[in-house]
Design a binder for this molecule. Structure first.
Ligand SMILES: [Zn+2]
Length: 446
């Protein structure tokens, strides 16, 4: 029996609410109230929050003070006004984060946060407690669609070695178990020799759900399958986060764990952005953020696939408007069978880093080389890496009957598109897979 669950529910949460002024439960209740709201009502609520935030920005945030002339537009139509603010990328923000700090922000209200350093320099920023609570509440609202509560027991497949070192500490393990009702399987220990003990842990600990990176969950499922082991414990679901969840990963994870895979889309510096509903659509967290898409090259609003921009509606300490999280996606109105009217994120199929760039600064989707190769149908597989606007490295795994002429043709089309002759080609017998188990056909490395 799970004795921690009632303890967290009846003691820990009330304690956090009374002593620490934590409002996660209130936020969850709030979000459940608007879970099935009509589109017009969601939009109205969002407009009001955005209006309040934008008025705060032009009065209190140095970076946005030059936009005070927009006040009448903000009052009349905040979403129109928002389009007149600049798109903000990580680089611009990191150059001068102080300019985004609200002049009236109090030190005690700020929570320090930062992104991991795996994809470039970490970004440091501060958020309000309210923002964190909305992030958490959006996650638990999403999980509630699958019968999962904030008190439920979980196993987290997680971690960089640094985070795991902290967890080796007894006090940290105790905190995880008692305060969060979860244990951690370190992502780096997903190896053949340890897989039996991981499966034993799942059977012994009996979690309600498992939570982890898509690639880590996939690796776990692959190992369980290849070692001929099986999971005999019924989970409410398995939550995949932080990375794209590819269809072949989902199929294997669901078959090994005999449960639904739930896709959570979030960013360390953007919070919970969307959650997959039981009808398999990714609904935006409209109460917490305003999400828009702009054209890759022009930064103008688009209804097609484009750069995703996030405006956090509740962060008043350090507001970032139209923040580019680095992913590409498309937003559509919801006609989902689940009844939710929160807009849907589709084509979440890549990162801005997967795009090539021409010498003139134009983005070209990685699909470009994929289409050529697919039409030619001449190679087993291939990979094109752009190392500078002028230079490409191409690796090709040929078929037995691939001719040099076909390879030349492939290279030629890429050379023409990018107006360069500086292309290195080599024939190889294999192309290494990425951490997610997928070959990245197109990759930009600068
Ligand atoms: Zn839905």
């Amino acid at each position: 029996m799970d004795i921690i669950k009632p303890l967290i529910r009846h003691a820990l949460y009330p304690y956090m609410e009374h002593i620490k002024g934590n409002h996660i439960r209130t936020r969850i209740t709030q979000l459940l109230e608007t879970d099935k709201s009509e589109s017009a009502s969601l939009q109205k609520q969002q407009d009001q929050a955005l209006k309040k935030l934008l008025l705060h920005c032009i009065k209190e945030v140095p970076y946005y003070m030059p936009y005070t002339h927009l006040e009448p537009v903000i009052i009349k139509n905040p979403k129109d006004a928002l389009k007149q603010f600049p798109v903000l990328d990580k680089k611009t923000f990191s150059l001068n984060p102080q300019a985004f700090l609200s002049v009236s922000s109090k030190v005690e209200d700020r929570i320090e946060n930062r992104t991991g350093g795996s994809t470039g320099e970490p970004v440091r920023f501060v958020i309000d407690r309210n923002t964190v609570e909305f992030y958490e509440a959006c996650r638990y609202r999403g999980l509630s669609w699958y019968g999962i509560t904030p008190y439920d027991r979980s196993i987290m497949v997680w971690g960089s070695p640094v985070e795991i070192d902290v967890l080796k500490n007894k006090k940290a393990q105790f905190k995880e178990k008692i305060l969060k009702n979860r244990v951690v399987i370190p992502a780096y220990s997903l190896k053949k020799e340890e897989i039996k003990s991981h499966v034993a842990l799942i059977h012994r600990y009996k979690p309600d759900y498992i939570y982890g990176y898509a690639s880590a969950l996939f690796a776990l499922a692959q190992l369980i399958e290849s070692e001929g082991l099986r999971i005999d414990h019924q989970l409410k679901g398995i939550v995949s986060t932080s990375e794209n969840l590819f269809e072949e990963q989902r199929i294997l994870i669901e078959s090994v764990f005999k449960t639904t895979c739930i896709n959570e889309y979030g960013a360390r510096d953007g919070g919970i952005i969307a959650y997959e509903c039981p009808s398999h659509n990714m609904h935006l967290a409209e109460e917490s953020l305003f999400v828009e898409t702009v054209d890759l090259n022009s930064d103008l609003a688009t209804s097609a696939s484009g750069k995703l921009l996030i405006t956090d509606l509740h962060n008043y300490s350090m507001p970032r408007l139209r923040y580019q999280v680095g992913d590409l996606g498309k937003i559509e109105a919801s006609t989902c069978a689940c009844g939710r009217k929160h807009r849907i994120l589709t084509s979440l199929d890549g990162r801005v880093d997967d795009m090539f760039i021409t010498k003139t600064g134009e983005y070209v989707h990685g699909h470009f080389v994929n289409h050529i190769a697919r039409d030619m149908n001449a190679f087993e597989t291939f990979q094109v890496i752009q190392t500078s606007p002028e230079h490409f490295d191409i690796a090709i795994v040929p078929k037995p009957d691939t001719t040099d002429g076909q390879i030349e043709h492939f290279v030629d089309l890429i050379a023409k598109k990018f107006d360069t002759k500086d292309i290195t080609v080599k024939k190889v017998s294999e192309i290494p897979k990425s951490a997610s188990g997928k070959i990245r056909y197109a990759k930009r490395a600068f």
